[in-house]
Design a protein. Sequence first.
Length: 91
Amino acid sequence: MPLVRVKDKYQVTLPTALRTQVGLKVGDLLEATLKSGKITLTPKAVIDRRIADGLQDIRKGRVHGPFASADDLVRSLHRKTKISRKSPTRQ
């Protein structure tokens, strides 16, 4: 088990073998957790909030399409607009 040294500003260098096994690259983010006196570093991916919201919409079925053409898309939008104009407004 390789040892690492805590340097100035509390920085540590992870051994090459460990970085390679996990697939870490410069700029990757690690989540640091403390449990029973042990520090665990876990690689994390950060997703832009807007992308995360869009993915949630897809999971919940709040999507339109796919459309075969731009004309099909426009027709669908016009149908949706007519439906929402007919429905009573919520207050």
